[in-house]
Structures are given as C-alpha cells and as structure tokens.
Design a protein around this ligand. Structure first.
Ligand SMILES: Cc1ncc(COP(=O)(O)O)c(C=O)c1O
Length: 461
C-alpha cells in the first residue's frame, strides 16, 4: 500500500470525545492490487450473490419482501436474550455444578474449541430428530456456514477432490467450496429432489476423469431454494447409493422443523447406520441468526498417521482452532439458554413461528392459484411448485428472469424476490424465481402477489 496519498479520506472531524470519524470516503480512482492477485474465488458469482441481492433489497425498503430467506421478526423479543443467558448460567450452576467463578469463566474466557453447548445440541437432536449423536462428535460453529467450510476444508486434499451437490443449491455451500478450491459438480434435482441416475453418472464420470468425488451435499427437507423434500424411500436409496459410490453425504437441514403438518420424514442422519452422513446444523431459522451459532455432527472414524483412531469432529476442531478459535461462548449461551428453556426442543420453541410460516406458505400458494388459474390467457407459461413446508416456492415464468428484472420489479412494482440463476453455479434457473414466505407480513402477501402478477403481465406481452 502506498502511504503518501490518502486513499481513504476523512470527511468529518474527529470529535473531542475521540470518537471514530463518522464518514470515511475511499478514493477508488487508482488500484493497488488486482483481483487477479487475490484468491480466484473472489471473482466467482457465488461470493457476490448475497451482497448483491441485499443491496438491491436495501434500495427498496418499502417493497413487499419475498426475497430474504430469513426468519420472520414478529416474534423477536430483546428480553428473551437476557432470559436465555440467565437460563444457561443457571444451568451451568445447577445442572453442571459450576461455582460462580467457573460460570463467569465459561462465558468470559476463551473456551473449548468444539463448543460448550454440545451436550444440549446432542439432546436437541435426540428430542427433535431422533438422532443419537455422541456429544463429542458435535462441533459448535460460527453458523452453519463455518461448519460447511470446516468439512470442505478437511475433505479437500488436492485438485482431484470434488464435491457433488444437488442443484439448484444453497449459494453459501458453493461459495465455501470455491474458497477451498473444491469444484462442485451439480447433480440434477429433477422434480423429486434428487435424480439418482444423474448422481451415479456424475460420480462415475468424475472418477473416469481422474477426479475423486468425496461427498454429496443435499438438503432433504424443504431445500433452499427449490422447496423440495425427499420421501422416506428416496432417503434410504440415497444412503445406499452414497455407500455404493463411496461418498459421504453432507446433510443440511435448516428448515426441517417447518413442515406442513404431515408426519415428519426422518433425517438422513437418523437413518444412517454406517456413518455415511455428516450432519450440518443451523440455529439461524430456529433460534436467532444474530447469534451466529451452528454445528456439525461428524462421527466418522478417522485414523491418524500414527494409527490412532478418533472422530472427524476432532479433525474439524483443529481447523476451527485456526479459523475462529472457538464460537463465542456468549452467543452459545443464548442459544443454549433457548434450548434449556424449551426442554431442548426447537419444535416446542417454534410453535408460533411454525404456524406463521405455514400460514404464509398457504396464503402464497392460494394467492398464486387465484391469480394464475389454469387455462387463463395470463397464466400461459406461469408455473410454480407447491412445497408442503419450509420457506420457499419456485416459480417458472415464460421469460428470462435476472437481476435487471428484479431491479425493475422492485423499482416499478415494489416487490422483491430472488432470481433462481443465483443458485446454479453454471447454466440453470434462467426462467425461474424464488419466493420466500418467511418475512413477509400476511397483510402484504396479496398486495405483493398483485404486484408480481402486474410485472408478469407486463413482461409476457
Ligand atoms: C440451506 C442453508 N444452509 C445454511 C444456511 C445458513 O446457516 P447459518 O446462518 O447458520 O450460517 C442457510 C441460510 O439461509 C441455508 O438456507
């Protein structure tokens, strides 16, 4: 960096109280570095998608919000954070027999790399998911995002290692894979969630090409963005195919609790008898994303160079120790307190949220059916899927859908959604958009769908 020119110019005085200046303006007329000199992932669309979409949404705060796949905010309550912290510290003292000094140290100090709420996470998995996880196989992470990174970092040993991912796929996964230089080979999701023939064909073709497929990333419950879920039979088959093909399955399950009232289908991890599944967990949709707490269950046995056998979780913990050291104990305490306050059941903790998301989903699906009746001239080429739960609905339209159209939609019609092409790391989703039902107020849904219909009518002409 040059020092003589002021690339960053202060435009406000430092105050007498020594506060940081309010506004800093960067002079961006000359470059010091090129992205060609930085990691190549920085030019990958996956790494810009979220910021770009947030930026568009940020320009139109009044628009009806079908874009963000965030939890709704109507039940956020600041008092809960205090209550959860208290519930957790009481738990440490009462159930774990800690002295006041030990409780203080647990919250204030650097902590156990694998986390301090691992036992509560394991109990939650038993209560809500029927997953029997050894707490030692749990690594508590900075969001599910860090869990993805740790697993991919560990699996990527060289340029031959590749990841399979059911497409369309969550952009955070694609971005994490890019950051560890691991190519992602898309597997067709088809109409049912996974195309098994394609899965086998992609894995075998990769092997023929000298590559080593290590794992397949999959969201069996109300996937982001497709909204699709796998049937029980498909889950069993996926476990069999993965074993036959020598693949781990990376199961990501942030939306499974928000089902449509039908009996829940077991997770892959609950069905896993051979430690084929690495389970990725997020508290972003079931507790609070602001805590940035997630986890991974990695019970796979790993032999080290000396022949000692341990858990994959312990290898991930080594990576974590060099990445984030440990997940904030205070953030873990908030999530842990929420678990304790609800008997370790996130199902119990999310009764109101579950009802709100289900109500919104029903209203969106009914609203689409009312506005685009089969056979009507205005419905030609307009289709959508009908997930029974989760946050997302995918629409297919008779024209290309891209960021420019999103901007037009927000500016001229006041409605936000997400172009599906962001969820393909290559061709795909060109005529599709994703509607998220989680943050829109129920009284805005019909207005938003009217606006969407007006946009579609204009663009279909
Ligand atoms: C499929 C999927 N995985 C993971 C995450 C992110 O989880 P976290 O906020 O815990 O990092 C999301 C968030 O939208 C998601 O949709």
């Amino acid at each position: 960096m040059t020092t003589e020119t002021s690339e960053i110019t202060e435009t406000s005085e430092t105050t007498e109280t020594g506060r940081i200046p309010e506004r800093l303006t960067a002079d961006l007329s000359t470059a010091d570095l090129s992205t060609a000199d930085l990691h190549e992932a920085l030019e990958a669309p996956a790494l810009s998608s979220m910021n770009l979409l947030n930026e568009i949404a940020g320009h139109y705060p009044q628009a009806v919000q079908f874009a963000a796949g965030r939890p709704g905010e109507e039940f956020f309550d600041l008092e809960d954070v205090h209550a959860y912290l208290r519930a957790f510290t009481d738990h440490l003292a009462r159930d774990r027999g800690m002295s006041p000094a030990e409780v203080r140290r647990t919250l204030y100090q650097y902590g156990r790399t694998k986390g301090i709420v691992h036992e509560l996470v394991a109990r939650n998995l038993a209560v809500d998911e029927g997953i029997e996880a050894d707490p030692e196989s749990v690594v508590v992470t900075v969001g599910c995002q860090e869990a993805m990174y740790l697993v991919l970092r560990a699996l990527r040993t060289g340029p031959e290692d590749v990841l399979l991912a059911v497409a369309p796929t969550y952009v955070g996964l694609t971005g994490a894979a890019r950051l560890v230089d691991m190519p992602v080979l898309p597997v067709s999701g088809g109409a049912d969630g996974v195309d098994f023939d394609d899965l086998v064909a992609v894995a075998r073709r990769a092997r023929r090409d000298g590559l080593r497929p290590r794992a397949c990333y999959v969201m069996p419950d109300f996937a982001n963005p497709s909204g699709l879920s796998l049937t029980h039979a498909m889950r069993r088959r996926l476990l069999d195919v993965a074993r036959e093909e020598g693949l781990l399955l990376l199961e990501d399950n942030p939306y499974g609790l928000f089902h449509g009232g039908e009996e829940r289908t077991p997770t892959l991890k609950a069905l896993d008898e051979h430690r084929t599944v690495v389970y990725l967990g997020s508290f972003a949709k079931t507790a609070l994303p602001g805590a940035r707490v997630g986890y991974v269950v990695a019970d796979q046995r790993v032999a080290d160079a000396a022949g000692r056998i341990g858990l994959l979780a312990d290898q991930l913990s080594k990576i974590k120790s060099m990445l984030t050291v440990n997940t904030s104990p205070i953030a873990q305490a908030v999530v842990g307190g929420k678990l304790i306050a609800h008997g370790c059941s996130l199902v119990a903790a999310n009764v109101r949220e579950h009802q709100a998301y289900s109500r919104n989903l029903r209203q969106v699906l009914d609203g689409l059916a009312a506005r685009f009746p089969a056979g009507a001239p205005g419905s030609a080429g307009v289709e959508w899927n009908a997930p029974t739960g989760g946050f997302f609905v995918v629409m297919t339209l008779p024209f290309p859908v891209d960021d420019a159209l999103l901007e037009h939609s927000a500016r001229e019609y006041g409605v936000l959604w997400t172009p599906m092409r962001h969820f393909y790391d290559g061709p795909g989703g060109e005529n599709q958009l994703r509607l998220a039902v989680s943050t829109v107020a129920p009284e805005q849904i019909d207005l938003g769908l009217d606006r969407l219909k007006a946009l579609i009518t204009e663009w279909s002409k």
